[in-house]
Ligand binder design. Structure first.
Ligand code: ATP
Length: 333
Protein backbone atom coordinates (compact mmCIF):
# COMPACT_ATOMS: atom_id res chain seq x y z
CA UNK A 1 0.00 0.00 0.00
CA UNK A 2 1.18 3.51 -0.67
CA UNK A 3 -1.27 5.65 1.26
CA UNK A 4 0.18 8.57 3.19
CA UNK A 5 -0.99 9.83 6.55
CA UNK A 6 0.30 13.06 8.01
CA UNK A 7 -0.75 13.78 11.58
CA UNK A 8 -0.18 17.02 13.53
CA UNK A 9 2.95 17.78 11.54
CA UNK A 10 4.97 20.86 12.49
CA UNK A 11 8.19 22.08 10.90
CA UNK A 12 10.38 24.91 12.19
CA UNK A 13 13.85 26.14 11.34
CA UNK A 14 15.29 27.70 14.52
CA UNK A 15 12.74 30.46 15.15
CA UNK A 16 10.95 30.24 11.81
CA UNK A 17 7.75 28.22 12.05
CA UNK A 18 7.05 27.04 8.53
CA UNK A 19 4.38 24.33 8.85
CA UNK A 20 1.66 24.33 11.52
CA UNK A 21 -0.39 21.31 12.51
CA UNK A 22 -0.74 19.71 9.08
CA UNK A 23 -3.24 16.83 8.97
CA UNK A 24 -3.66 15.11 5.65
CA UNK A 25 -4.54 11.67 4.34
CA UNK A 26 -3.57 10.82 0.78
CA UNK A 27 -4.99 7.59 -0.61
CA UNK A 28 -3.03 4.92 -2.42
CA UNK A 29 -2.86 5.80 -6.12
CA UNK A 30 -4.16 9.31 -5.63
CA UNK A 31 -2.73 12.33 -7.49
CA UNK A 32 -2.61 15.25 -5.07
CA UNK A 33 -1.44 18.76 -5.95
CA UNK A 34 -0.13 21.25 -3.39
CA UNK A 35 -0.77 24.89 -4.26
CA UNK A 36 -0.45 28.15 -2.36
CA UNK A 37 1.31 31.52 -2.49
CA UNK A 38 5.07 31.73 -2.61
CA UNK A 39 6.59 30.87 0.77
CA UNK A 40 3.51 29.08 2.16
CA UNK A 41 5.48 25.87 2.74
CA UNK A 42 4.66 23.65 -0.26
CA UNK A 43 8.25 22.58 -0.95
CA UNK A 44 9.00 22.20 2.73
CA UNK A 45 6.06 19.81 3.14
CA UNK A 46 7.21 17.84 0.10
CA UNK A 47 10.75 17.67 1.49
CA UNK A 48 9.44 16.47 4.86
CA UNK A 49 7.55 13.68 3.06
CA UNK A 50 10.64 12.73 1.02
CA UNK A 51 12.91 12.63 4.05
CA UNK A 52 15.19 15.41 2.76
CA UNK A 53 14.00 17.42 5.79
CA UNK A 54 13.25 16.18 9.28
CA UNK A 55 9.87 16.80 10.90
CA UNK A 56 9.87 18.95 14.08
CA UNK A 57 6.86 17.13 15.55
CA UNK A 58 3.95 14.97 14.44
CA UNK A 59 4.02 11.81 12.34
CA UNK A 60 4.31 10.82 8.73
CA UNK A 61 3.23 7.29 7.82
CA UNK A 62 3.40 5.57 4.43
CA UNK A 63 1.45 2.34 3.99
CA UNK A 64 0.81 2.37 7.73
CA UNK A 65 4.51 2.51 8.62
CA UNK A 66 5.78 5.56 10.52
CA UNK A 67 8.56 7.13 8.46
CA UNK A 68 9.79 9.93 10.76
CA UNK A 69 13.14 8.23 11.39
CA UNK A 70 13.45 6.32 8.11
CA UNK A 71 16.13 7.74 5.77
CA UNK A 72 15.07 9.21 2.43
CA UNK A 73 16.45 6.31 0.39
CA UNK A 74 14.42 3.73 2.38
CA UNK A 75 11.03 5.41 2.06
CA UNK A 76 10.15 4.03 -1.36
CA UNK A 77 9.83 7.56 -2.69
CA UNK A 78 11.17 9.12 -5.89
CA UNK A 79 11.39 12.86 -6.39
CA UNK A 80 11.48 14.87 -9.63
CA UNK A 81 12.71 18.47 -9.39
CA UNK A 82 12.40 21.43 -11.74
CA UNK A 83 16.13 21.21 -12.45
CA UNK A 84 16.43 17.82 -14.08
CA UNK A 85 19.81 17.05 -12.48
CA UNK A 86 20.82 14.51 -15.15
CA UNK A 87 24.42 13.29 -15.43
CA UNK A 88 25.73 15.12 -18.54
CA UNK A 89 28.40 12.54 -19.42
CA UNK A 90 25.98 9.59 -19.37
CA UNK A 91 23.55 8.55 -22.10
CA UNK A 92 19.82 8.63 -21.48
CA UNK A 93 19.93 4.87 -20.93
CA UNK A 94 22.71 5.14 -18.35
CA UNK A 95 21.02 8.04 -16.59
CA UNK A 96 17.87 5.98 -16.24
CA UNK A 97 19.76 2.82 -15.27
CA UNK A 98 22.00 4.48 -12.70
CA UNK A 99 20.00 3.81 -9.51
CA UNK A 100 19.47 0.16 -10.47
CA UNK A 101 23.19 -0.31 -11.26
CA UNK A 102 24.04 1.05 -7.81
CA UNK A 103 21.75 -1.64 -6.40
CA UNK A 104 23.69 -4.29 -8.41
CA UNK A 105 20.53 -5.51 -10.12
CA UNK A 106 20.94 -8.06 -12.95
CA UNK A 107 21.72 -6.53 -16.36
CA UNK A 108 18.67 -8.01 -18.09
CA UNK A 109 16.37 -6.65 -15.41
CA UNK A 110 17.93 -3.19 -15.74
CA UNK A 111 17.55 -3.24 -19.52
CA UNK A 112 13.92 -4.38 -19.32
CA UNK A 113 13.00 -1.72 -16.79
CA UNK A 114 14.72 1.11 -18.61
CA UNK A 115 13.18 0.10 -21.92
CA UNK A 116 9.70 -0.15 -20.40
CA UNK A 117 10.03 3.29 -18.80
CA UNK A 118 11.42 4.77 -22.03
CA UNK A 119 8.47 3.38 -24.00
CA UNK A 120 6.02 4.84 -21.49
CA UNK A 121 7.62 8.28 -21.85
CA UNK A 122 8.21 8.20 -25.65
CA UNK A 123 11.97 8.15 -25.03
CA UNK A 124 12.88 4.98 -26.91
CA UNK A 125 14.55 6.83 -29.84
CA UNK A 126 16.77 8.81 -27.47
CA UNK A 127 18.27 6.09 -25.26
CA UNK A 128 21.78 6.43 -26.77
CA UNK A 129 21.81 10.24 -26.74
CA UNK A 130 23.36 12.53 -24.16
CA UNK A 131 21.20 15.00 -22.20
CA UNK A 132 22.71 18.06 -23.93
CA UNK A 133 21.26 16.88 -27.25
CA UNK A 134 17.71 16.79 -25.87
CA UNK A 135 15.06 19.48 -25.47
CA UNK A 136 14.03 20.64 -22.00
CA UNK A 137 10.86 18.58 -22.18
CA UNK A 138 12.76 15.44 -23.20
CA UNK A 139 15.26 15.98 -20.38
CA UNK A 140 12.46 16.29 -17.88
CA UNK A 141 10.98 13.03 -19.20
CA UNK A 142 14.38 11.35 -18.66
CA UNK A 143 14.33 12.64 -15.07
CA UNK A 144 10.85 11.15 -14.66
CA UNK A 145 12.00 7.89 -16.29
CA UNK A 146 14.93 7.69 -13.90
CA UNK A 147 12.41 7.83 -11.05
CA UNK A 148 10.00 5.30 -12.61
CA UNK A 149 12.58 2.50 -12.96
CA UNK A 150 12.90 2.44 -9.18
CA UNK A 151 9.22 1.43 -8.83
CA UNK A 152 8.53 4.02 -6.15
CA UNK A 153 5.42 3.71 -4.01
CA UNK A 154 5.18 7.48 -3.91
CA UNK A 155 6.22 9.94 -6.60
CA UNK A 156 6.97 13.54 -5.61
CA UNK A 157 7.16 16.32 -8.19
CA UNK A 158 8.44 19.79 -7.24
CA UNK A 159 7.36 22.17 -10.03
CA UNK A 160 8.68 19.79 -12.71
CA UNK A 161 7.48 21.89 -15.65
CA UNK A 162 8.41 25.37 -14.50
CA UNK A 163 11.60 25.53 -16.58
CA UNK A 164 9.82 24.67 -19.82
CA UNK A 165 8.35 27.07 -22.36
CA UNK A 166 4.59 27.25 -22.82
CA UNK A 167 4.23 24.65 -25.60
CA UNK A 168 6.53 22.14 -23.90
CA UNK A 169 4.70 22.63 -20.63
CA UNK A 170 1.45 21.58 -22.27
CA UNK A 171 3.05 18.56 -23.97
CA UNK A 172 4.85 17.43 -20.81
CA UNK A 173 1.72 18.00 -18.73
CA UNK A 174 -0.08 15.55 -21.01
CA UNK A 175 2.79 13.07 -20.56
CA UNK A 176 2.35 13.34 -16.79
CA UNK A 177 -1.41 12.82 -17.13
CA UNK A 178 -0.72 9.66 -19.15
CA UNK A 179 1.89 8.53 -16.67
CA UNK A 180 -0.69 8.86 -13.90
CA UNK A 181 -3.10 6.62 -15.86
CA UNK A 182 -0.40 4.03 -16.50
CA UNK A 183 0.70 3.85 -12.84
CA UNK A 184 -2.68 3.57 -11.08
CA UNK A 185 -1.22 2.24 -7.82
CA UNK A 186 1.49 4.87 -7.44
CA UNK A 187 0.64 7.79 -5.20
CA UNK A 188 1.70 11.11 -6.70
CA UNK A 189 2.18 14.45 -4.98
CA UNK A 190 2.85 17.46 -7.15
CA UNK A 191 3.78 21.05 -6.25
CA UNK A 192 2.96 23.76 -8.75
CA UNK A 193 2.22 27.46 -9.22
CA UNK A 194 0.29 26.71 -12.38
CA UNK A 195 -3.51 26.83 -12.11
CA UNK A 196 -4.02 24.68 -15.20
CA UNK A 197 -1.67 21.95 -13.97
CA UNK A 198 -3.43 21.90 -10.61
CA UNK A 199 -6.95 21.85 -12.08
CA UNK A 200 -6.25 19.26 -14.80
CA UNK A 201 -3.89 16.81 -13.09
CA UNK A 202 -5.21 16.65 -9.53
CA UNK A 203 -7.63 14.14 -8.08
CA UNK A 204 -7.53 16.47 -5.08
CA UNK A 205 -5.87 19.83 -4.45
CA UNK A 206 -4.43 20.89 -1.10
CA UNK A 207 -4.41 24.68 -0.71
CA UNK A 208 -1.75 25.85 1.74
CA UNK A 209 -1.74 29.31 3.27
CA UNK A 210 1.03 30.52 5.58
CA UNK A 211 2.01 26.99 6.61
CA UNK A 212 -1.53 25.73 7.24
CA UNK A 213 -3.92 23.63 5.20
CA UNK A 214 -6.61 26.05 4.06
CA UNK A 215 -8.82 23.57 2.15
CA UNK A 216 -8.58 20.13 0.57
CA UNK A 217 -10.92 19.05 -2.21
CA UNK A 218 -11.36 18.04 -5.82
CA UNK A 219 -10.57 20.83 -8.30
CA UNK A 220 -14.29 21.41 -8.88
CA UNK A 221 -15.10 21.47 -5.15
CA UNK A 222 -12.50 24.20 -4.64
CA UNK A 223 -13.67 26.09 -7.71
CA UNK A 224 -17.37 25.89 -6.97
CA UNK A 225 -17.54 25.79 -3.17
CA UNK A 226 -14.47 27.53 -1.72
CA UNK A 227 -14.56 27.45 2.08
CA UNK A 228 -12.87 30.84 2.47
CA UNK A 229 -12.25 34.11 0.70
CA UNK A 230 -8.62 33.03 0.42
CA UNK A 231 -9.40 29.86 -1.59
CA UNK A 232 -12.02 31.71 -3.67
CA UNK A 233 -9.36 34.26 -4.65
CA UNK A 234 -6.55 31.75 -5.12
CA UNK A 235 -8.20 29.06 -7.26
CA UNK A 236 -9.16 30.11 -10.77
CA UNK A 237 -7.67 32.39 -13.39
CA UNK A 238 -8.48 35.21 -13.79
CA UNK A 239 -8.95 35.69 -10.06
CA UNK A 240 -12.52 35.84 -8.75
CA UNK A 241 -13.92 39.39 -8.59
CA UNK A 242 -14.64 40.57 -5.05
CA UNK A 243 -17.12 43.38 -4.42
CA UNK A 244 -17.57 44.96 -1.00
CA UNK A 245 -19.35 47.88 0.68
CA UNK A 246 -22.50 49.19 -1.06
CA UNK A 247 -21.97 46.75 -3.96
CA UNK A 248 -22.26 43.80 -1.58
CA UNK A 249 -24.94 45.25 0.71
CA UNK A 250 -27.83 44.26 -1.54
CA UNK A 251 -26.59 40.67 -1.25
CA UNK A 252 -26.63 40.99 2.55
CA UNK A 253 -22.94 40.06 2.59
CA UNK A 254 -19.61 41.64 3.48
CA UNK A 255 -18.07 40.48 0.20
CA UNK A 256 -19.66 39.12 -2.96
CA UNK A 257 -17.43 37.02 -5.20
CA UNK A 258 -18.22 36.55 -8.90
CA UNK A 259 -16.05 34.80 -11.46
CA UNK A 260 -15.34 36.62 -14.73
CA UNK A 261 -17.32 34.04 -16.72
CA UNK A 262 -20.38 34.56 -14.50
CA UNK A 263 -20.69 38.30 -15.17
CA UNK A 264 -23.41 39.14 -17.66
CA UNK A 265 -23.44 42.49 -19.45
CA UNK A 266 -26.91 44.01 -19.90
CA UNK A 267 -28.77 47.30 -19.64
CA UNK A 268 -30.57 46.15 -16.50
CA UNK A 269 -27.29 45.21 -14.75
CA UNK A 270 -27.16 45.95 -11.02
CA UNK A 271 -23.57 47.21 -11.18
CA UNK A 272 -21.82 49.57 -13.54
CA UNK A 273 -18.31 50.71 -14.33
CA UNK A 274 -16.10 52.24 -16.99
CA UNK A 275 -14.15 50.02 -19.36
CA UNK A 276 -10.38 50.34 -18.79
CA UNK A 277 -9.33 48.00 -21.59
CA UNK A 278 -10.28 44.77 -23.34
CA UNK A 279 -8.07 41.75 -23.98
CA UNK A 280 -9.14 39.78 -27.06
CA UNK A 281 -7.70 36.27 -26.84
CA UNK A 282 -9.46 34.91 -29.91
CA UNK A 283 -11.66 32.26 -28.29
CA UNK A 284 -12.83 34.69 -25.64
CA UNK A 285 -12.08 38.14 -24.27
CA UNK A 286 -11.67 39.84 -20.92
CA UNK A 287 -13.13 43.27 -20.31
CA UNK A 288 -11.53 45.16 -17.39
CA UNK A 289 -13.90 47.59 -15.73
CA UNK A 290 -13.23 50.27 -13.12
CA UNK A 291 -15.89 50.27 -10.41
CA UNK A 292 -13.97 52.66 -8.17
CA UNK A 293 -12.33 49.88 -6.12
CA UNK A 294 -8.63 49.07 -5.90
CA UNK A 295 -8.72 46.38 -8.53
CA UNK A 296 -10.59 46.33 -11.82
CA UNK A 297 -13.50 43.93 -12.22
CA UNK A 298 -13.00 41.39 -15.02
CA UNK A 299 -15.86 40.27 -17.27
CA UNK A 300 -15.31 37.33 -19.60
CA UNK A 301 -17.11 37.36 -22.93
CA UNK A 302 -17.24 34.56 -25.48
CA UNK A 303 -15.49 35.38 -28.77
CA UNK A 304 -14.35 38.86 -29.74
CA UNK A 305 -15.80 41.96 -28.12
CA UNK A 306 -15.35 45.62 -28.82
CA UNK A 307 -15.90 47.77 -25.76
CA UNK A 308 -13.69 50.88 -26.08
CA UNK A 309 -12.00 52.37 -23.00
CA UNK A 310 -14.35 54.81 -21.27
CA UNK A 311 -17.57 53.03 -22.25
CA UNK A 312 -19.89 52.60 -19.28
CA UNK A 313 -21.12 49.02 -18.94
CA UNK A 314 -23.87 47.62 -16.73
CA UNK A 315 -23.58 44.01 -15.59
CA UNK A 316 -24.82 41.48 -13.04
CA UNK A 317 -23.80 38.05 -11.81
CA UNK A 318 -25.60 35.24 -13.54
CA UNK A 319 -28.43 34.16 -11.18
CA UNK A 320 -27.09 31.75 -8.58
CA UNK A 321 -23.49 32.15 -9.77
CA UNK A 322 -22.05 34.25 -6.97
CA UNK A 323 -20.43 33.61 -3.59
CA UNK A 324 -21.28 35.49 -0.40
CA UNK A 325 -18.71 35.91 2.39
CA UNK A 326 -19.00 37.38 5.89
CA UNK A 327 -16.55 39.84 7.44
CA UNK A 328 -14.28 36.97 8.60
CA UNK A 329 -13.99 35.63 5.02
CA UNK A 330 -16.20 32.58 5.66
CA UNK A 331 -18.80 31.64 3.06
CA UNK A 332 -22.49 32.38 3.76
CA UNK A 333 -24.76 29.81 2.16
N1 ATP B 1 16.43 25.91 5.39
C1 ATP B 1 15.60 26.89 5.76
N2 ATP B 1 15.88 27.71 6.80
C2 ATP B 1 15.03 28.69 7.18
N3 ATP B 1 13.85 28.95 6.57
C3 ATP B 1 13.52 28.19 5.52
C4 ATP B 1 14.35 27.12 5.05
N4 ATP B 1 13.74 26.53 4.00
C5 ATP B 1 12.57 27.21 3.81
N5 ATP B 1 12.45 28.19 4.73
C6 ATP B 1 11.32 29.13 4.82
O1 ATP B 1 10.13 28.39 4.89
C7 ATP B 1 9.08 29.06 4.21
C8 ATP B 1 8.42 28.12 3.22
O2 ATP B 1 9.33 27.83 2.15
P1 ATP B 1 8.94 26.84 0.99
O3 ATP B 1 10.10 26.77 0.07
O4 ATP B 1 8.42 25.57 1.55
O5 ATP B 1 7.74 27.64 0.31
P2 ATP B 1 6.99 27.35 -1.05
O6 ATP B 1 5.54 27.42 -0.73
O7 ATP B 1 7.49 26.11 -1.67
O8 ATP B 1 7.43 28.62 -1.87
P3 ATP B 1 7.66 28.85 -3.45
O9 ATP B 1 6.29 28.74 -4.05
O10 ATP B 1 8.18 30.24 -3.51
O11 ATP B 1 8.62 27.82 -3.93
C9 ATP B 1 9.68 30.30 3.58
O12 ATP B 1 9.37 31.40 4.39
C10 ATP B 1 11.17 30.00 3.60
O13 ATP B 1 11.90 31.18 3.72
Amino acid sequence: MSDLKITNLYKSYQNTHVLHDINLTINSGEFVVFVGPSGCGKSTLLRCISGLETISSGTLAIGGEVMNDVTASKRGIAMVFQSYALYPHMTVFDNMAYALKLQHRPKEEIRAKVEAAAAKLQLTPYLDRHPRTLSGGQRQRVAIGRAIVRDPKVFLFDEPLSNLDAALRVATRLEIARLKESLPNTTMIYVTHDQVEAMTLADRIVVLNAGRVEQVGTPMELYETPQSLFVAGFIGSPKMNFLTGADAASFDAHTVGVRAEHMEIGNDGIWSGKVIYTENLGSDSYVYVDMGGNEPVVLRQAGKTNHPPGEVLRFSPRPGSFHRFDASGKPMR
